[in-house]
Design a binder for this molecule. Structure first.
Ligand code: ZN
Length: 49
């Protein structure tokens, strides 16, 4: 196995993308609105179902 020092898709860290302006945010806190435009964001790091 390779050592992944920085894995952008590590669960537990929130990656969010704005539904409107596609602005991306990394936040350890739960985020529901885009800091750039205030629209709703979606979580990119949700587990696969
Ligand atoms: Zn936005």
């Amino acid at each position: 196995m390779r050592h992944n020092l920085i894995d952008p898709y590590t669960p537990g860290r929130g990656y969010y993308e704005c539904r409107t302006c596609t602005h991306r945010v990394v936040s350890e806190d739960r985020l529901t609105t885009c800091p750039a435009c205030g629209a709703g964001v979606r979580n990119l790091a949700v587990p696969r179902e």
